[in-house]
Design a protein around this ligand. Structure first.
Ligand SMILES: C[S@@+](CC[C@H](N)C(=O)[O-])C[C@H]1O[C@@H](n2cnc3c(N)ncnc32)[C@H](O)[C@@H]1O
Length: 259
């Protein structure tokens, strides 16, 4: 692997009382300039090789790709399914952290989808070997031809890591991705712990609860763990979920809920 540049990253101190996860930002000191970059400004992060890894993995100790991959492995093992034969759709793939993890475990096919071109470019640049295909596509705007084209990979597994909620993947797009997986296929993802709480009224929370409490999926594995630290050094508790798909989700499950 080629040597990555090291960046000067500074976290804001005493500037704000409380920021939601999607409002969090950091400063990047570059060529004498101090740039403010939001955590969700993925384009600005991906275009700098190694910045995503330095920020989320070295500084904030993100462990989600490894955790979700292990939950998927444990789930398939329970059912006696051969992990290395899975054809995986990595939704909200970014620059390929999850795909790298899965390819270390050995899976047959890995296809990434992200909504921004800079994610695909970064995956090609940083992990050129891991994906068999990578699509830049907004799944809320899929037409039949594109749905068919991507569906031709015949996925039997969907993974989505650090991409659900907080203004990233909306429920409608998740349902499209879920429905691209064959019945009896596998699903592994992570969500913020509070997304299973009834008091959470967001669209995503309702969708996930509806999916689990109904028989759209069969739950195999649920583990609470630390996704990463916040910039204040607090652990962010998440749930890693491994499940088996039973049948397609109807789009009206997200009909009445807010994206
Ligand atoms: C925090 S990153 C996670 C990337 C990768 N899964 C990982 O674990 O490193 C979230 C990713 O979700 C992508 N994303 C956000 N909204 C999306 C959408 N509607 N459809 C597909 N990808 C989306 C972002 O562009 C970003 O690459």
């Amino acid at each position: 692997m080629r040597t990555q540049p090291r960046y000067r990253i500074q976290f804001p101190v005493n500037e704000v009382d409380h920021l939601d996860q999607d409002e969090t930002y950091f400063y990047l000191v570059e060529s004498g300039d101090r740039k403010k970059i939001r955590f969700h400004d993925y384009g600005a992060i991906y275009e700098r090789p190694g910045l995503y890894e330095q920020l989320f993995y070295d500084r904030l100790k993100c462990q989600s790709p490894a955790k979700v991959a292990s939950v998927l492995r444990a789930s398939t093992q329970q059912a006696g399914v051969n992990f290395s034969e899975l054809r995986v759709l990595d939704f909200g793939a970014g620059n390929g952290m999850m795909a790298e993890e899965l390819s270390n475990h050995g899976v047959a096919r890995l296809v990434g989808v992200d909504i921004i071109e800079s994610a695909r470019l970064a995956a090609e640049r940083d992990r050129p070997q891991v994906y068999d295909g990578y699509y830049v596509q907004d799944f809320t705007e899929l037409d039949d031809a594109r749905r068919k084209e991507i569906g031709e990979w015949s996925f039997d597994c969907l993974v989505t890591v650090a991409a659900l909620g907080f203004g990233d993947v909306p429920p409608r797009a998740f349902v499209e991705a879920f429905n691209m997986v064959q019945d009896d296929g596998w699903l592994a993802f992570n969500i913020k712990e509070t997304f299973l709480d009834k008091s959470d009224r967001s669209g995503f929370s309702s969708l996930i609860r509806g999916m689990i409490l109904s028989n759209y999926i069969e739950l195999y594995f649920l583990e609470r763990y630390r996704h990463r630290f916040s910039i204040e050094g607090k652990p962010l508790p998440y749930l890693a979920i491994g499940a088996r798909k039973r049948r397609d989700l109807p789009m009206d499950l997200v009909g009445e809920v807010r994206a």
